[in-house]
Design a protein. Sequence first.
Length: 106
Amino acid sequence: MFGLPGGWEWVLILLIGLLLFGRRLPEVGRSLGQSIVEFKKGVKGVQDEIEDASDEPRHRSEPRRRPELHGQSSQYGAGMVEPEKVAPVGESGSGDERRVSRDDAV
């Protein structure tokens, strides 16, 4: 039903445009051209930023290293925790332990 304008419809649209803009037609064309150029520059700038951001990780040859904290051993990697040193059960030496026998069971 509604489609793109045909041959005679385009001629009619051009005649109406010529009557409306007449003397200002070169000025309108120039400003339209400048608008298109500015739009293309903006699109190219955004594309360049996206490409730069996506290329940045590829340029790194080795991963970043975290700086060692004071007292941190280099044998443990990032995210690893040095194991806590615990005395064996019979060697605590505090003397507070109570021995549990079978008679103490509830």
